[in-house]
Design a protein. Structure first.
Length: 338
């Protein structure tokens, strides 16, 4: 059994509470020294693979426990809503919510960024081309250094494979899907990043990204998120979202799949409580109880809007050619200064 994984206990409790309203898949079981922990996915709603899907992922980096906790906070709200909200229940007959709260349970248990093999799972996917910010953008030198991509030519780690399987089976197969992967540890504000990570070049679906950003701006007028391309902050090789986004573009261009990264601005927690600096998790997790509570409730409105948007893809995708061209020009002006 794990040393210290209250998040896994909480997930099991939520699964019990959800009962027949959800189905659970064990994607893998990860062993490391005396640990043996499952990677669990929870799905709610339509089983039809093509049903529009909203997905939430957390715990890719074990130090960033707050990501898992934010996903579990959303699942807690859903478990309660399903008890009394007929509107949600009716909506979920034709769309799906898919959750993978803890991609890297060994990392979470051991309080480390990487998995048990020292591999940074968000640098572990195959990658052709691209330029990485030195070190932080991924390297093949040694698992003793952070941001290790895994041995050259080696297979992907079990956790990365589980994440890819989850996305293919329940998310990118959908007629339209939006995914949010929750992280922390960078910057003063909460950022919502869209691909790519490996290059500053814009993705082909820039028009759809701007249409979705406009939808979020209009629906949550006072939101806190800075929506921007990930590569504007740093570039990285082997990003799993680059890998899965490209795969989708190659095989199913007509089924929009937008993988976003929610990067919680943890430096604000340090600024307000400098003692966090000297605590092992202080750089990544809010340590004051009120700040933790605020973080856990802060993102529920965003997830609600994105879940609704995933089920209403006509609001942000399927643009006709003239609107697409206009939207692309506006996106270049907003994000690329041209
Ligand atoms: Zn992270």
């Amino acid at each position: 059994m794990p040393h210290d994984l209250p998040e896994l206990d909480q997930l099991h409790e939520l699964i019990d509470r959800l009962g027949d309203d959800a189905w659970v898949e064990q994607l893998a079981e990860i062993e490391h020294e005396d640990l043996r922990v499952p990677i669990l996915a929870v799905m709610i709603g339509a089983r039809d693979p093509s049903a529009p899907t909203f997905a939430l992922v957390g715990g890719v980096h074990g130090l960033e426990r707050i990501g898992t906790q934010v996903v579990l906070a959303y699942l807690t709200t859903l478990a309660s809503l399903l008890q009394w909200d007929g509107m949600l229940r009716a909506g979920l007959t034709r769309c799906r919510i898919a959750l993978l709260p803890m991609v890297n349970p060994v990392g979470v248990a051991l309080r480390r960024r990487s998995n048990g093999n020292g591999v940074d799972l968000m640098r572990n996917a195959p990658c052709v081309g691209g330029v990485a910010t030195p070190l932080v953008g991924g390297h093949r030198w040694s698992p003793r250094l952070p941001w290790f991509r895994g041995p050259k030519g080696g297979p992907m780690e079990a956790e990365t494979l589980a994440l890819c399987e989850f996305v293919r089976r329940w998310v990118s197969c959908a007629s339209a899907s939006i995914l949010v992967d929750v992280h922390s540890g960078f910057g003063l504000v909460d950022r919502l990043w869209f691909p790519w990570a490996r290059t500053r070049r814009p993705i082909p679906q820039l028009a759809e990204v701007l249409a979705l950003a406009n939808l979020v701006d209009a629906t949550l007028p006072n939101h806190v998120y800075r929506i921007e391309p990930q590569a504007g902050s740093y570039t990285a090789l082997g990003d799993v979202w680059d890998h899965l986004y490209d795969e989708q573009r190659r095989s199913r261009q007509d089924q929009p799949f937008l993988p976003l990264t929610l990067e919680l601005g943890s430096w604000m927690w340090i600024k307000k409580n400098p003692r966090q600096l000297v605590r092992p998790l202080g750089w990544f997790d809010p340590m004051q109880p009120h700040r933790l509570q605020r973080t856990l409730r802060r993102h529920l409105a965003l997830f609600d809007v994105l879940q609704r948007a995933s089920a209403a893809p006509a609001a942000w995708s399927g643009l006709d050619a003239p609107s697409r061209a206009a939207m692309t020009r506006a996106a270049f002006a907003r994000w690329y200064g041209r």
